[in-house]
Design a protein around this ligand. Structure first.
Ligand SMILES: [Zn+2]
Length: 336
């Protein structure tokens, strides 16, 4: 997952600059119909199909490796689009792959390798279930990586009954939402072992999140292998355990990035050349570690179109696909 606001993108709406399409890398996470989606990770299957139709009708879809090679060579068509997916949710296999294959559009999946084959949901989904998906009270003090955090909510406040429109980067409307935001930040920035410990404490104290939805897990190794074999998806790196890389020392960054590459290659059965920074979070040493681990290029979550003049091989911008129809996608592509 990952998202950074883009002032530039908002400005461009009022100040469009040179007319005509500009090359874009799209970022997806899930193709699923969710009751609510605090990080806007999902595009519904119907919207995804409409977006693929829009891309086929108006754009030149390229696989990301070709997209980057032609960008580097200065031969990228202005209407080029490449699709990418982060994390490795099983709905990429069930809902995205058949639609991509039918449309003849390739995509890249940036895979969090330690999640492969694990039955439990990604921590951010589980945290949302533990805190946001319920209306009962909680009274809990815990520490995450030595940072104190207090969860205290009693009776549900009215928005706790329905948060379908709420996004987690917006202001919290209830103590429950504020507690969720504070914990999300602490857990994102905690080392993987602390993250596991905090989630165990929460699971025990809050009485479990109930059974995960069937489509919420990551793919199994067998599913990733099949996907790589069929070839609609190319596999890319997204670290082993999805840390915020700038919170790690350089040696730990290198382990996450290089070990993730080896694990992804073992699953893909071929070299893996692209990388995406978890949460879009990067610093200079992470960028260097990506290059030194043998990746040829890497994607950020800076939400703009790609520029041949400001070509940064290890920080390629990506626009988050909106959960909307072909027209919504066209507007997102134009706003980049
Ligand atoms: Zn991610």
């Amino acid at each position: 997952m990952g998202r950074l606001g883009s002032l530039k993108r908002r400005l461009r709406r009022f100040w469009p600059g040179r007319a005509g399409p500009r090359p874009v890398i799209l970022m997806y996470h899930r193709v699923a119909d969710l009751p609510y989606d605090p990080w806007q990770l999902a595009v519904t299957p119907a919207h995804f199909e409409a977006q693929l139709e829009e891309i086929r009708r108006t754009r030149t879809p390229l696989d990301l490796a070709t997209f980057v090679a032609r960008l580097a060579a200065g031969t990228l068509p202005r209407d080029a689009v490449a699709l990418s997916f982060d994390d490795g949710y099983v709905d990429n296999l069930r809902a995205a792959e058949p639609r991509l294959a039918a449309a003849g559009i390739p995509a890249t999946l940036f895979l969090t390798t330690s999640a492969v084959g694990r039955p439990e949901p990604f921590w951010w989904d589980e945290l949302a279930h533990l805190i946001l998906d319920r209306t009962d009270g909680a009274d809990l003090d815990l520490t995450v990586a030595a940072e104190p955090c207090r969860l205290r909510f009693a009776e549900p406040e009215p928005p706790d009954r329905d948060r379908r429109g709420w996004r987690a980067w917006e202001a919290a409307r209830t103590r429950r939402e504020a507690g969720y935001q504070a914990l999300w930040r602490l857990i994102r920035d905690a080392p993987p072992s602390e993250r596991e410990r905090a989630m165990t404490v929460l699971r025990t104290a809050l009485g479990g999140a109930g059974p995960a939805r069937a489509d919420e897990r990551a793919m199994t190794a067998e599913e990733v292998r099949g996907m790589a074999r069929r070839g609609t998806f190319a596999i890319g790196g997204h670290t082993v355990s999805h840390p915020a890389l700038p919170t790690l020392a350089p040696a730990a960054q290198r382990r996450e990035i290089a070990d993730g590459k080896l694990a992804a290659e073992a699953l893909a059965g071929r070299p893996v050349e692209g990388f995406a920074y978890p949460y879009g979070a990067m610093d200079e040493s992470a960028r260097r570690a990506v290059a030194e681990s043998g990746f040829a290029w890497a994607c950020s979550t800076v939400g703009t179109a790609v520029s041949g003049r400001r070509f940064e091989r290890y920080a390629l911008p990506r626009i988050a696909a909106p959960d909307g129809d072909g027209g919504a996608l066209a507007r997102a592509l134009a706003a980049g």
